[in-house]
Design a protein around this ligand. Structure first.
Ligand SMILES: CCCNc1ncnc2c1ncn2[C@@H]1O[C@H](/C=C/CNC(=O)c2cc(-c3ccc(F)cc3)cc(O)c2O)[C@@H](O)[C@H]1O
Ligand SMILES: [Mg+2]
Length: 214
């Protein structure tokens, strides 16, 4: 049977990237997706904005919603300080299996905990199950209609503290209008839009950075 897009993306990593070299894994995926087959990775242009926010926050605890093939997982984990932890949630087992191999190829498995399951089920259990009190940084890149409900759930579960940073991909394309309205109008967030482009295209997209004020 025909391979899947994630399988072909993993093949490009195994063929073109050096084991243990996260930068080469990022480059291999970007080259493949720009020249051979588009895929919904945050990409190199928005990826640089992601890098700058990660470096600025210098987080000890990170939550990523929607691992997909692990491209942004690798981008974030490669910048984390030694004992920092990144928990990434992915509910499609076949996709999670690919992401595990991409993260391993980059040599970052010690910094990453990939959890298979749906965000709505896991967010309420993260505290007791993973010993995390609050997240310094949350990267939202899963199904766009879940950005808002999952943000409200994180608030309710006490997973955000004064200064926690939410960074959301695709707030223009495909768009997350209810989420944007919420973080931009709520007095509990200081929000800022980073204009960019949809990965590997000239279409406008951007990242919304929202600081929780407690
Ligand atoms: C229960 C559903 C909500 N909770 C969830 N919990 C855990 N994992 C979840 C998840 N939702 C989705 N996922 C996983 O995240 C991934 C989904 C990401 C959704 N992303 C997009 O739709 C997306 C789409 C585009 C896109 C843009 C333009 C276009 F023409 C076509 C696509 C660009 C992007 O950058 C995107 O991120 C999958 O691997 C899915 O299995
Ligand atoms: Mg995205």
């Amino acid at each position: 049977t025909r391979s899947t897009r994630p399988q072909r993306l993993l093949g490009a990593v195994q063929k073109n990237a050096t084991r243990g070299d996260p930068g080469s894994v990022i480059q291999a995926i970007d080259h493949y997706c720009r020249n051979k087959e588009w895929a919904m990775n945050v990409g190199d242009e928005k990826g640089c904005i992601l890098d700058s926010v990660v470096s600025e926050v210098n987080p000890a605890t990170v939550l990523e919603l929607g691992t997909y093939c692990g491209y942004s997982t690798v981008r974030i984990a490669r910048l984390l300080p030694p004992h920092a932890k990144l928990i990434t949630l992915e509910f499609n087992p076949a996709v999670a299996a690919i992401a595990r191999q991409v993260i391993a190829w980059a040599g970052l498995e010690d910094k990453v905990q990939l959890v298979e399951g749906a965000s709505g089920d896991f967010i309420p259990r993260i505290k007791e199950q993973f010993g995390v009190k609050t997240f310094d940084l949350v990267f939202l890149d899963h199904w766009k209609e879940y950005y808002l409900p999952d943000t409200k759930l994180m608030e309710e579960c006490g997973l955000l503290r004064k200064g926690s940073v939410l960074l959301a991909d695709n707030v223009v394309c495909p768009g997350a209008p209810d989420y944007l309205e919420y973080v931009r109008s709520s007095p509990r967030y200081e929000s800022r839009y980073f204009k960019s482009h949809l990965e590997y295209t000239k279409v406008e997209d951007g990242l919304e950075k929202s600081v929780f004020l407690g």
